[in-house]
Write a protein that binds this ligand. Structure first.
Ligand SMILES: [Zn+2]
Length: 192
């Protein structure tokens, strides 16, 4: 083997290295970052994080007045103390109701009894274990299973079910327990 052959061999190696290595490098780094990503996922830690973190809610009405707050109150027409599981906002019939946050409609009910129960009702499932409920509706504008973006109009204010006038009863539930909506949303624009 003479010097020229040896030189040629090195030249081929250098040319190969020059073209092949840059092509392989992104592949290698992609594999590396994928590995890093999967290693970072800890299912338990992720669930814990989702449970503890709140999401941003918007007021479901742009107009109206808070007429009953969340918490214990006297049952109308008796001395019984009952738990009011949401916040009531009086508003004109057919006022637009906005979803409080992006989510999926998990329940709609068009059937109701006069002067009994929640009337026409919608429940929306959000992330992090949160759910919102909208009751006494006059009209439901969404379907069960529908994905709702933040800011969408989902229903119209009504007085269906046990209601003495057009209003929205709005609930926030976290892991199936009702929460005070005022802990999540500033209703001061809707105060009397
Ligand atoms: Zn209510």
């Amino acid at each position: 083997m003479n010097k020229f052959h040896l030189l040629f061999k090195y030249l081929v190696l250098i040319v190969f290295g020059f073209f092949i290595l840059p092509m392989a490098a992104p592949l290698m780094s992609a594999e590396k970052s994928e590995l890093k990503y999967t290693q970072n996922i800890n299912p338990e830690a992720k669930m814990q994080d989702e449970k503890s973190s709140a999401i941003k809610f918007e007021k479901p009405l742009r107009i109206g007045k808070v007429s009953a707050r969340y918490g214990k109150m006297k049952s109308p027409g008796s001395d019984k103390i009952v738990m009011h599981t949401g916040i009531d906002m009086a508003a004109p019939l057919n006022t637009d109701i906005y979803v409080a946050a992006a989510g999926t409609v998990i329940f709609t009910n068009e059937n109701f009894e006069e002067n009994r129960g929640p009337g026409k009702e919608i429940a929306v499932q959000h992330t992090n274990g949160f759910q919102t409920r909208y009751t006494h509706l006059n009209e439901i504008l969404v379907k069960n299973g529908q994905i709702i973006q933040a800011g969408e109009i989902i229903a119209k204010v009504g007085s269906t079910g046990r209601s003495t006038g057009p209003h929205l009863h709005f609930e926030i539930r976290l892991n199936d327990k009702t929460e005070n909506p005022e802990d999540y949303i500033d209703f001061k624009d809707l105060k009397k």
